[in-house]
Design a protein around this ligand. Structure first.
Ligand SMILES: [Zn+2]
Length: 79
């Protein structure tokens, strides 16, 4: 079972972050569901539409769910 085919953008909690990793250059970016215009997209559809924003790359990206407990630790470490 693939969670990406079952979860819509609109199903995500507002604070849930998604990690976008470029398959080509490895560029990492974060978005939340609120950053996505089309809330009816399933996450696998969103993943197919994502393109790396790095200059000259435009590679396909892999979407991953960021676990909130890990994220909290990460943010705390930066503060
Ligand atoms: Zn890239």
């Amino acid at each position: 079972m693939n969670w990406k085919t079952r979860i819509r953008v609109s199903d995500l909690a507002p604070t849930q972050k998604l990690e976008i990793i470029c398959r080509q250059c490895g560029r990492l970016a974060y978005i939340t569901g609120l950053d996505v215009k089309d809330q009816s997209l399933y996450l696998d559809e969103l993943e197919r539409r994502l393109r790396c924003k790095a200059r000259g790359c435009r590679g396909h990206a892999r979407l991953a769910m960021v676990r909130l407990d890990e994220l909290t630790g990460f943010v705390g470490g930066l503060a």
